[in-house]
Design a protein around this ligand. Structure first.
Ligand SMILES: [Zn+2]
Length: 238
């Protein structure tokens, strides 16, 4: 299977995560994708493939002969997609050999053009996968999963030498819980890459922190009609 076929398979499972749930994963569709991947990883030939109670999927590619002492390298991607328009049926459209012109998304009124998205110019001649305009596609981060598993398949089929490779697919990244239950000891990697970028050939080595905080502020309740000299700028309240 190639990376395109994999992505098209994965996006049809609408795995939008939902904030404010008290379970991990926050939506049961993430389990659906986790079990789907478990089957596929076993078929490819990964070892010790498991799905834990929080839908973390682990799998390993043991070192090839002579590479047993290399450092273990980890690859991580996330199962969930954003919940905005990510919980409905997703219908991808495939554009082969893109000619650089405006793209109409299905029968919706949405279009993609180079004015708004100059990076489209880099995709001329390539295959583009979009939605029909009614949902997100969810390539963030199913493209990452597709890339990692296609890499594993190539390493096996082409007998490419490598050290131990550790794979983990995590739930609920979009709502800030991506690593909450990651079992680092079991993952067993000395170094890890999150395959969740945007442009080809790009590696980021800085950590992005999406930590959030909740504040309780005692405000002033007053109707705007009577508010002169009473209403306070919200940013000045203590
Ligand atoms: Zn992502």
């Amino acid at each position: 299977m190639n990376v395109k076929e994999r992505l098209l398979n994965y996006v049809t499972i609408a795995t939008g995560s939902k904030d404010g749930q008290d379970t991990t994963p926050s939506t049961k569709e993430q389990f659906q994708l986790a079990y789907f991947l478990e089957r596929e990883m076993k078929e490819i030939g990964l070892s010790d493939v498991t799905v834990d109670e929080h839908s973390y999927v682990y799998g390993f590619l043991p070192a090839t002969e002579g590479c047993e002492h290399s450092e273990h390298i980890g690859f991580i991607a996330h199962l969930d997609i954003v919940s905005d328009f990510g919980l409905k049926e997703i219908n991808p459209q495939v554009i082969e050999n893109y000619d650089g012109r405006e793209i109409k998304l299905g029968r919706s009124n949405c279009i993609l053009n180079a004015e708004q998205f100059p990076e489209l110019q880099n995709a001329i001649g390539k295959t583009l996968i979009t939605t029909d305009g009614n949902t997100v596609l969810g390539a963030d981060d199913k493209a990452g999963i597709a890339e990692i598993l296609t890499m594993c398949e190539r390493l096996i089929h082409e007998n490419i030498p490598h050290g131990k490779i550790c794979i983990c697919f995590t739930p609920d990244e979009e709502i800030g819980h991506g690593a909450a239950f990651l079992d680092l000891e079991h993952f067993d990697a000395a170094y890890g890459y999150t395959v969740d970028g945007s442009a080809p050939n790009e590696i980021e080595y800085e950590t992005f922190n999406a930590a959030s905080a909740v504040f309780d502020i005692t405000g002033v309740s007053v109707h705007p009609g009577d508010a002169k000299d009473k209403m306070v700028n919200a940013s000045l309240l203590q």
